[in-house]
Design a protein around this ligand. Structure first.
Ligand code: FMN
Length: 196
């Protein structure tokens, strides 16, 4: 079974280091045989989560679109930037919205629970977004996701990538390969078990 893996970044900035990290992840996953879909959260604009809005107007269509997209994949890879030691509001808001989806029409849809997810981070500084990745992991545990242990955290984003979009540092290439390998294995296993 070829696992379907969805990849996105927590920033939609042009040239974002997290976007480039997601691109590197996409390549590593594809090279290891996954069926990869790369999306941008820019294509799913959504309001700031508000329970009044949810009650009065229901779940926005772009949230449902993202939930369906996640639901159609066996695993996720998220590349987060770090804002003030945590994940950025764009990413947290998207996760919060998707976490309240339970149904799509008459069909059950809980896109996050039981799904394999791998985490990457990046920053322009030397700490590589490791504080953000720790917060993101804690959030996704509350969403009952199956988080794989290997991670790839990219420091000094301004000089981390080569002209082809790969990592300049061989150690990061190796770390991303391990992330891709373990995510593919876990996604395949959970999908075969029928957990997702
Ligand atoms: C509001 C804000 C807070 C930030 N806080 C941090 C931080 O806590 N740690 C860090 O390493 N970089 C921080 N940065 C710098 C980001 O690492 C840098 O802007 C990075 O390029 C953002 O991610 P992106 O390239 O994926 O868009 C912050 C940037 C912004 C705009």
């Amino acid at each position: 079974m070829i696992p379907k893996i969805l990849v996105f970044a927590g920033s939609v900035r042009s040239g974002a280091f997290s976007g480039r990290t997601a691109d590197a992840a996409q390549k590593a996953l594809a090279l290891q045989g996954a069926d990869v879909t790369r999306i941008s959260l820019a294509d799913y604009p959504m309001p700031i989560f508000d329970e009044d809005l949810e009650r009065e107007e229901g779940i926005p269509e772009n949230v449902m679109k993202l939930a369906r997209m996640i639901g159609a994949h066996d695993g996720l890879l998220i590349a987060t930037p770090e804002y003030n030691g945590s994940l950025p509001p764009l990413l947290k808001n998207a996760i919060d919205w998707v976490s309240v989806v339970r149904h799509d029409g008459g069909r059950q849809l809980k896109p996050l629970a039981g799904k394999a997810v791998a985490l990457c981070s990046s920053s322009k500084g030397q700490h590589a977004g490791v504080r953000a990745i720790n917060h993101l992991r804690a959030v996704l545990v509350r969403c009952h996701m199956e988080i794989v242990t290997p991670e790839c955290s990219v420091p000094n984003g301004g000089s981390a990538f080569d002209a082809e979009g790969g990592f300049a540092d061989e150690r990061l290439r190796h770390a991303m390969d391990i992330v891709a390998q373990v995510l593919i294995e876990r996604a395949r296993m959970l999908s075969a078990r029928g957990d997702i």
